[in-house]
Ligand binder design. Sequence first.
Ligand code: DGT
Ligand code: CA
Ligand code: CA
Length: 575
Amino acid sequence: MPIHNEDIAAIFEELANLLEIENANPFRVRAYRNAARTVGGLGKEVSELIAEGKDLTRLPGIGRDLAAKIVEVLETGHVRKLNELHERLPATLEDLMRIPGLGPKRVKLLYVELGIETPAQLAQAARQGRLKSLSGFGAKSERTLLAHIAKRRRSKPRVARGTVIDLAEALVAHLKKANGVSQVVVAGSYRRGQETVRDLDILVTAEPTKGVMERFTGSDQVDEVVSRGRTRSSVILHNGLQVDLRAVSKDSFGAALHYFTGSKAHNIQMRRLAQQRGLKINEYGVFKGDKRVAGKTEASVFRAVGLSLIPPELREGRGEIEAARNKRLPALVSWEDLKGDLHAHTDASDGRASLEDMARAARRRGLKYLAITDHASAVTVAHGLDADRVLRQVETIDELNGRLKGFRVLKGVEVDILEDGRLYLPDSVLGRLDLVIGAVHSGFELPRQKQTDRILKAMDHRYFTLLAHPSGRLLGERDAYEVDMMRVIRHAAERGCYLELDSQPKRLDLDDNYCRIARDEGVMVCIDSDAHSEQGFEHLHLGVAQARRGWLEKRHVLNTRPLRELRALLKRTMV
Ligand code: DGT
Ligand code: CA
Ligand code: CA
């Protein structure tokens, strides 16, 4: 990947900052800082100067040592000296340095005197009034620092991945049309399928890169161009989302894709594994000494360290490398594995489409069955069904099933779990249904013990099949209610009932961690759309991504079962 002057300057600047924190010779610190300014201010790429045979030591402030470091950056993408410093000092000090009013001197005080390494720790210390003890800090600086940190956080809120998918795909399509482009991939947390993303990290290969950079910064989605370079540009879209675009060379595309897909925790573990094998891994490739041994494809990067390709959703440093080493990577569930959907609404309650339109939409998606589970609720959900209307819907479904070929509509209900753990509908009605989804729609503020008991009691109900959106959280809007989820999961295992993974973009509930725990505890998860319209089935893709992040295989997911097996599994709960 071609290296920009800005990249070299940033490395020298960081070197200077960290050296200053380490009390290095002030002349050396100044030398790096001057070099950063020189390189950053050149009208021409250093790589071109070298290609033209120019002597770098002729540049102001660049001696033999610095010239050698510039060459080192150009050849390897980094400087050994900086890596050494990173081993001794936390990398997050750079984040502190970027806060207005904090330079290396003050960061050093914070770090050495108070052990502060991150902006979050700084904010906490400021809130507790602990900065005042340092010379040069007072109540006023505590307030301004807090304001800066808060502002930075506000400027980069995390957004639900589901709300940016269309945008990301449109951008990719837009960039693919640029001159000279061959590959365009969104990396980062987005590619890992994380439920929320802070920004989008797009990688492209293009020769030359000019066309794609122009097309990117000129897109009509763009509100503000933060930076524009030959290999790197950064923009803010109208909706406030930041997008970074990097152009990398074809030969190191796999290594760059791996690096920028992350996660950081995964990358660190991969680097350690490479070291153990006498290799070095970075965004340019896998190296043995100076020789590049892999990097063109992601598979080649993994192969070089003795692993098979780890799916992006697993790359969180949560045991995936170990699993790959032992050849025990899970065969993750995929969209194609889904046979049906057990949670959908119609215009009989708060949905927008008729029963028949919902069924036909599900069939168009390739599903074989769909459970209609309108709300049965006293007050909490608008247009909840009462017992009579549920029974009338049962008849309508029987009639529709008589007409639909190769598809089955199942009779269900999403029934409120009352605060005392009873279900809102009587057994005489619940007993007529194929499945019963229980849901908490009220009493979110119950204390943990009460909330847990309430849910366990509902699960004990003879007709209870599936716990809807088990934590009740709404991303960016509402926290999960207090509940002992471990007990809920274990109780589901004992009772032989199931937990839902609701695929609504703001729910994605169960989360990935609890999916994995459910798997370990032997509880099957059902990936549901909770569709309220014909388009709502699209969200199943989000649920599948979340399930994959939770290490779920096909066998762990209830609705991968063909109808006959599913029926047996649903009946099992009806003791
Ligand atoms: P986000 O943006 O907070 O939703 O999460 P990511 O994972 O997309 O994070 P981002 O955008 O800061 O960086 C993209 C990837 O680049 C990240 O997953 C791993 C890699 N990366 C970034 N900074 C570092 C670093 O300091 N060390 C290592 N090893 N990798 C990094
Ligand atoms: Ca990102
Ligand atoms: Ca980023």
